[in-house]
Each structure stands twice: as structure tokens, then as C-alpha cells.
Design a protein around this ligand. Structure first.
Ligand code: NAG
Ligand code: NAG
Length: 159
């Protein structure tokens, strides 16, 4: 029996049990990243895309637009919903994490993205991937919008 078949059998008999999964070889591509702060409020926006993968669990291809802003000072650390285009089986959210250090005069800005999607083949099963990438506030700096990858490091499934 293939490992994935055993896994699917186990998943079918267990109710709402968290399952650890590997996030190996999975990457999201961020483009058009712009972010900055005015007075005490910070905001960001970007596009993000992921390719379909067929290893278990199979992951859907997606494209999404994300943005967030703080309104009461500080950076935008509350999860804000992203708009996923052309794929309806999931939700995506983004937020800024608190910058952990200063790189010269440029603050390291950790952007965190979380994607949760329904299993493509079994009911009552979903997967959740979360990743962080370090970037910078670049709006008004003369730098072009940034592109970078986010490697999801945290993942789990509920079956
Ligand atoms: C993924 O799980 C984390 C931890 O429970 C949660 O905070 C996050 O909102 C979930 N992602 C989505 C897109 O729902
Ligand atoms: C982001 O930068 C911090 C501070 O340098 C580092 O501890 C962390 O591992 C970095 N995160 C990623 C995803 O590279």
C-alpha cells in the first residue's frame, strides 16, 4: 500500500485531527511589494502566486492580491484577508510581524502570509500553510517594487 493511501485511510477514520505535513519544495512568489509608513501608520500591498503541486497533499495554483494597514499607529500586525483570483477553495491572509532589527537605516519588515485550502480530493479535510519573508519599507525610497519568495515553514492539515 502506498504511504499516501495509508494516510488517506487514517484521515478518513479520524475526525478533525490535526496532521503534520512537510512543506518541502513549496514556495510562493511575491511581486509588486510596496510598503511604507506615514506619520505612525504603516501599510503594504503585494501580489502573490503559487504553482500547483501534485505531491500529497496536492496544492492548487493561485494568484492573490494582499494589502494591510494600521490605523492607530504602529505597523499592520492584524491579519487582513487577501483577494484570491480564480480559485474559490481557500482563504489567504497577511500581516506584518514586528520588525526584529534595524539593518542600517532600513527596518527589516517581516511579512507573514497564511493560506488555507480545502483538500482537492477528500471532503472535510483542509490544509494550512504559513510563511514569513523579510523585506523592507520601500515606498518613497526611490527603490522599485520588490519581488521575493516566501517559503511556507509552518503547515498542518485537519482531516
Ligand atoms: C492558518 O492557521 C493559523 C493558526 O491556527 C491561523 O492563525 C490562520 O488564520 C490560518 N490561515 C487561514 C488562511 O485561515
Ligand atoms: C528575518 O530576519 C530575522 C532577523 O535577522 C531572522 O532572525 C529571521 O530568521 C529572518 N527570517 C527569515 C524568514 O529569513
Amino acid at each position: 500500500m502506498r504511504a499516501s493511501t495509508i494516510f488517506a485511510t487514517l484521515a478518513a477514520t479520524a475526525a478533525a485531527t490535526p496532521v503534520a505535513i512537510r512543506a518541502a519544495d513549496y514556495q510562493w512568489d511575491v511581486t509588486e511589494w510596496t510598503s511604507g509608513c506615514t506619520n505612525d501608520d504603516c501599510s503594504y500591498e503585494f501580489k502573490i502566486a503559487g504553482a500547483a503541486t501534485s505531491d500529497y497533499p496536492a496544492r492548487p495554483a493561485f494568484q492573490a492580491s494582499c494589502s494591510g494597514a494600521s490605523h492607530d499607529g504602529g505597523i499592520a500586525t492584524q491579519y487582513a484577508p487577501c483577494k484570491i483570483e480564480g480559485y474559490v477553495g481557500g482563504t489567504m491572509v497577511s500581516r506584518l510581524n514586528t520588525p526584529s532589527e534595524l539593518l542600517g537605516s532600513r527596518t527589516v519588515v517581516p511579512i507573514q502570509v497564511s493560506f488555507q485550502f480545502a483538500d482537492l480530493t477528500q471532503d472535510n479535510t483542509y490544509w494550512n500553510y504559513t510563511g514569513v519573508a523579510n523585506t523592507t519599507f520601500n515606498r518613497g525610497s526611490g527603490s522599485p517594487p520588490a519581488s521575493f519568495a516566501i517559503i511556507p515553514k509552518t503547515s498542518f492539515g485537519i482531516a
